[in-house]
Design a protein around this ligand. Structure first.
Ligand code: NOJ
Ligand code: CA
Length: 687
């Protein structure tokens, strides 16, 4: 047993027999300010608690499992031994919101077993970082426990206060809910269920999806999620509004179990990011650090890029995905038009949706197997010609595979589809999983789909293909292991503003998602709408921000593929489009300059290749003035800043396209005062 300074073993009470032994074993983070204690109580129930700066933030919380055809693991457990380890490394992200990641933790592994039959043994591993904790269970291979069917994992998080919480209902099928802001005791996922207008949704109990974020009354920020989910079900957290206890509620299926597996296996990490400021949540790399290093080798074939799409025009009904009806968007001619525009404006790629046959029969149909294939273009779209035209003009094609959740069809065609892409030299695919999963009874976030998404990533890697998943299983940091997992969308992207019947995404949405779902990983939000009122296409819908706010989203929402989502004709000759031309997509450094969840946020990022800085600031429905210091710039150097600001009379609803552009010479001593309109923003390039 190794002993390190950070670890103490407190033998609180020895009750005579080994199964009556009550021990507490503590481990602290490298700086010592976060401490987790593990113990088995008088009944041998395993439990833990967490303190920050001497104050308990997670009270006594029990751990356990329920199984099919085997007794639960809950009491009669003893600690056989424990091990400690200190670890520190700095590793490099091949692409990302920053280049280097520090990964330093103290680890405590507890080897546990049942004192009576069936005498199963397992371990719990805690990793304590300065930005939070992760812990997971490991079940070694053992006699009598070869095949395992988990009906629930009972991991508890006992809150120590009725915190303010940013939550969305614990939906097994989709994350496309607006976030609610309430105290924990007011969480009501069932009420949220009744307001639901989504294509697929299943909210069985009062639970929340993760990442879920909270603020304690003394100003500590907590975000609960998970890391490294592999051959396991996704998590929701069941909420007991009386006791303020959150308990893991694994996503299941209609067949009565949550996870089927074999020993040896490890569960995903259960994670809590802990920060003393909202920006600290964004700075945290704990979830990435809890994943294994890159498994797929060289990823230089994937280049972060801005892109445009034959995409928004379908969402606003200017054109259609299907060919029938005479308004087909994905024609060779239209694709060339987008390529011309992209090429002239330094945009590296275009996405073309609705290129393959099947779109006449894909939505609202029960039997969707076999409807789509991923190799047959519509007659008016010459795939090869488009790819070649793009190549000559320096614009790549991003392939689109809408599976309509007919998962078996997709798996059968995966190799053929990726081989076609490989033969055309294409390296990025956007996948989609609209609708309920076929086979019926499975859900998007259950083990069966977790395994499917993983198979797609692994297969794609073999063909040197990067995947941007829509309607995904929430990221859990696997982009460290599979850096071809580049982005995802499934939590109310821009598209909702085009057609949703509930008013679209309010301005405050963009001041909540960076502190919640975006902590899971990059998001393909598709910013940059300039025709905010969607005229003349959608008189009853609109984007709920100012134009400057749309520009700021290129910094506020991180993704290595960042769309310029509006139509070429809305960008043509628009002075503010210069910002989208200039803004980077791959970053050396990221700095959160200020922020309050649900209120406002300012982020500065430095581009890797050029060293240029860009700043984005957004506010919710309230106008506000933010002062920022440019002390992140190199000292004794001057820069040319271009500020894209809300016009004096701008307002997200009444006057969203009012903007002004100002130029200023700046240096590391400069202070800028940004005046943001209601629902407004500011975007700055510093070159
Ligand atoms: C939903 C996706 O989020 C969207 O981007 C896509 O255009 C449609 N599905 C059709 O695949
Ligand atoms: Ca979507």
């Amino acid at each position: 047993m190794t002993r390190i300074a950070a670890i103490t073993l407190l033998l609180i009470a020895l009750m005579g027999t080994s199964c009556r032994q009550e021990k507490e074993i503590s481990v602290s983070s490298p700086s010592g300010h976060i401490v987790a204690q593990f113990l088995t109580d008088r009944d041998g129930r395993p439990a833990y608690r967490v303190a920050v700066n001497g104050r308990e933030v997670i009270g006594l919380s029990h751990l356990g499992f329920d199984f099919q055809e085997a007794p639960s693991i809950d009491k009669g457990i003893g600690i056989d031994s424990f091990q400690t380890r200190k670890f520190s490394e700095r590793w490099e992200l091949p692409w990302g919101e920053q280049r280097h990641v520090d990964n330093s933790y103290n680890e405590l592994t507890l080897f546990l077993s049942e004192r009576e039959a069936p005498g199963r043994h397992f371990s719990v591993v805690f990793r304590l970082f300065d930005d939070g904790i992760g812990f997971r269970y490991h079940f070694p291979r053992q006699e009598g426990m070869e095949h395992v069917v988990i009906t629930d994992e009972n991991t508890c998080f006992q809150l120590t206060g009725n915190h303010t919480c940013w939550w969305q209902p614990g939906d097994w099928d989709i994350y496309e809910h607006l976030y609610n802001t309430t105290r924990v005791n007011r969480i009501d996922a069932i009420a949220a269920r009744s307001k639901n207008v989504l294509a697929q949704t299943h909210i069985p109990v009062n639970a929340v999806n993760t990442p879920v974020t909270m603020k304690t009354d003394d100003g500590l920020y907590l975000c609960f999620h998970e890391a490294a989910v592999d051959n396991y079900a996704g998590i929701t957290l069941k909420v007991d509004t009386a006791t303020l206890c959150l308990q893991s509620g694994l996503v299941g299926n209609d067949f009565g179990f949550k996870v089927k597996t074999k020993t040896p296996f490890s569960t995903p990490w259960r994670t809590i990011i802990i920060a003393d400021s909202p920006g600290g949540l964004i700075d945290s790399k704990l979830i990435l650090n809890l994943n294994e290093p890159n498994k797929i080798g060289d990823i230089s074939w994937f280049k972060p890029t801005k892109y445009m799409g034959i995409w928004w025009e379908m969402h606003i009904d200017k054109s259609t995905w299907q060919m029938a009806g005479g308004k087909h968007g994905a024609t060779t001619q239209n694709a060339k038009r987008y390529i011309d525009f992209a090429s002239a404006n330094g945009i590296g790629a275009i996405l073309v949706e609705g290129w393959n046959t099947g779109w006449e029969n894909w939505v609202g149909i029960d039997d969707r197997e076999g409807v789509f294939d991923f190799v047959t273009p519509y007659k008016d779209y010459n795939l090869k010609e488009v790819v070649e035209y793009g190549r000559k003009k320096g614009v790549d094609l991003i392939m689109h595979h809408e599976t309509s959740s007919a998962v078996t069809t997709y798996e059968q065609q995966l190799d053929t589809a990726f081989a076609l892409m490989q033969s055309l030299g294409l390296h990025t695919v956007k996948t989609g999983y609209v609708g309920t999963i076929i086979p019926k009874g499975e859900y998007h976030h259950g083990q069966w789909m977790v395994n499917h998404y993983r198979r797609v990533l692994e297969t794609a890697a073999k063909y040197k293909i990067a995947v941007n998943v829509h309607e995904p299983f929430m990221a859990t940091g696997e982009r460290r292991t599979y850096p071809n997992f580049i982005s995802q969308e499934g939590f109310r992207g821009q598209e909702f503003n085009a057609w949703s019947t509930d008013g679209g995404n309010p301005p405050s949405h963009h001041t909540i998602i960076p502190f919640t779902c975006l902590l899971a990983g990059p998001m393909d939000y598709t910013p940059g709408i300039f025709n905010i009122k969607l005229k003349p296409y959608k008189p009853n819908n609109q984007v709920n921000t100012t134009l400057a706010h749309q520009l700021a989203l290129y910094l506020i929402i991180y993704s290595p593929v960042q769309m310029a989502a509006d139509l070429p004709e809305h960008y043509q000759n628009h002075p503010a489009f210069q910002f989208i031309r200039d803004v980077g997509v791959n970053w050396e450094k990221t700095k959160v300059l200020n922020g309050e969840i649900g209120e406002y946020l300012t982020i500065a990022r430095q581009e890797r290749e050029t060293g240029n800085w860009f700043v984005g600031a957004v506010t919710n429905e309230n106008p506000r003035t933010l002062t920022i210091r440019l002390d992140f710039l190199e000292p004794n150097k001057t820069y040319n800043a271009t500020l894209y600001m809300d016009g004096k009379d701008a307002h997200w609803d009444k006057n969203p396209t009012s903007y002004r552009i100002e130029h200023q010479v700046v240096n590391s001593n400069t202070e800028l005062t940004l005046t943001l309109a209601a629902g407004g923003g500011a975007a700055i390039s510093i070159l």
